[in-house]
Design a protein around this ligand. Structure first.
Ligand code: FES
Length: 141
C-alpha cells in the first residue's frame, strides 16, 4: 500500500543530516508550535531584513518526519520574501521531500505552522498586524 511506503531518500537525508539546526540570538521572529496529535514541538527562528528572510534556524523535538520537514522548510524559505514564504504549504514541503507516508503528513503541518508563528511574532514585534490569517488547525490529514 502507498501509505506503508518507507521514507524517501530525501526524508532520510534531511533527518540524518538536518540543515539549519540551531538558534538565532538576534532573531526578528521566533515561533514555537506544538503538535496536538503527538505532543512534538518545533521552534523556528527567522532573521528578516527588508521583508526578506536572510537566515533561518530551527530546533525540533519530534519525530523523523518533523525533523526532515523543518529542515526542508528552512531551505525553502531562506532568501525568500515573506510573501513568497507564506505561499509554501506543508504539502509543498512534503512534495519537496519526495512525499511522506499519509500517517506522517500531520508532522509536516508543524513545519508550516512554526514558520507562520515566527512570521506572526516578527509582525507583532514591529507593532504591525500580520497580513495573513491563521489557518484552521487540521492536524489529522
Ligand atoms: Fe509528532 Fe511527527 S509524530 S511531529
Amino acid at each position: 500500500m502507498a501509505d506503508q511506503k518507507p521514507y524517501s531518500e530525501k526524508v532520510m537525508d534531511h533527518f540524518t543530516n538536518p540543515r539549519n539546526v540551531g538558534e538565532i540570538s538576534d532573531a526578528s521572529g521566533i515561533g514555537t508550535v506544538g503538535n496536538p496529535v503527538c505532543g512534538d514541538v518545533m521552534k523556528m527562528y527567522l532573521k528578516i531584513e527588508n521583508e526578506t528572510i536572510t537566515d533561518v534556524k530551527f530546533k525540533t523535538f519530534g519525530c523523523g518526519a518533523a525533523v526532515a520537514t523543518s529542515s526542508m522548510v528552512t531551505e525553502m524559505v531562506k532568501g525568500k520574501t515573506i510573501t513568497e514564504a507564506l505561499k509554501i504549504t506543508n504539502k509543498a514541503v512534503a512534495e519537496a521531500l519526495g512525499g511522506l507516508p499519509a500517517v506522517k503528513m500531520h508532522c509536516s503541518v508543524l513545519a508550516e505552522e512554526a514558520l507562520h508563528s515566527a512570521l506572526k511574532d516578527y509582525y507583532t514585534k514591529q507593532g504591525k498586524t500580520p497580513p495573513f490569517e491563521d489557518k484552521p488547525h487540521n492536524h489529522c490529514h
